[in-house]
Design a protein around this ligand. Structure first.
Ligand SMILES: [Zn+2]
Ligand SMILES: [Zn+2]
Length: 264
């Protein structure tokens, strides 16, 4: 029997509240650990002495609510390396930025600044910052990670993790129209999907999902289970579940520390 655990470490955006952090999900497959996004506050739920080892971090995009805790990871990796707990450098994959592939000059300036800031963390911590794009394929042991580009304000990727007959997809931030998530998440065992808005709230542009749109994507993609995330800190999570249920029944809201287990 193979078991994968998925621990939500952060489920709200764009700021922390109480015991809720900005986005982060820790996926454990035997000794391997993959952290999907590294939002503010998530290290509060990590057991650093264990969890920093064999850790790979995937940052979906360079909005601060998705990478704000990387400085803590860098600084703790410095400490834990010197305490003798950390054997290998933590690998941190961040979206690649090249001037020639970005059309809007303002965006180039801003995002290159974020990218360069994150590269500097290599000087502080025991980690390696590695650019990736939608053609990147990562393999560790029996696990493969692939990426798909989302409609969002800046370059943003969904991540698909396939291992031992199980398929998990994490949406990152995404708009609905022109969204390739339905194909990318086809027949996944678990879709972890952003659901920023509730009915009655207005999207100024299509860069995030309504909870019902997350439900619709789960239905069209024929996934087994939908785990909602990326809530407003002030809203009850039950509202998001109710709206997603208009289209898809097997849905839960992610809760910090509440572990999900997938078995095969
Ligand atoms: Zn974003
Ligand atoms: Zn976000």
């Amino acid at each position: 029997m193979n078991e994968i655990t998925i621990t939500p470490l952060g489920t709200v955006s764009p700021y922390c509240k109480g015991n809720m952090n900005c986005p982060g999900f820790l996926v454990k497959i035997n000794e391997e650990k993959i952290l999907l996004d590294c939002g503010n506050g998530i290290t509060r739920y990590l057991d650093l002495a264990k969890d920093l080892n064999n850790l790979t971090i995937i940052i979906s995009h360079l909005h601060k609510d998705h990478y704000g805790e990387l400085l803590s990871i860098a600084q703790s990796s410095y400490v834990y390396k010197r305490l003798g707990y950390l054997e290998n450098k933590i690998k941190v994959y961040i979206p690649e930025y090249k001037k020639i592939i970005i059309e809007n000059d303002c965006v180039i300036e801003k995002d290159l600044m974020e990218f360069n800031y994150l590269k500097e963390l290599e000087k502080i911590g025991y980690l390696e910052i590695i650019p990736y794009n939608n053609k990147t394929k990562l393999s560790f042991n029996d696990t493969e990670l692939t990426f798909s580009k989302n409609p969002h304000q800046i370059i943003t990727y969904s991540t698909k993790l396939q291992t031992k007959g199980l398929k998990i997809v994490y949406s990152g931030d995404t708009g609905y129209y022109g969204n390739s998530l339905v194909n990318f998440a086809k027949d996944a065992n678990l879709l972890i999907c952003e659901s920023t808005f509730l009915r009655g709230q207005t999207k100024s542009e299509d860069t995030h999902l309504f909870a019902y749109e997350a439900g619709l994507i789960a239905k069209k993609a024929n996934v087994e289970k939908l785990l909602l995330t990326h809530f407003w800190p002030e809203m009850e999570k039950q509202y998001y579940i109710n709206e997603a249920k208009d289209y898809f029944d097997n849905v839960e809201a992610a809760i910090e520390g509440k572990v999900l287990r997938l078995k095969r």
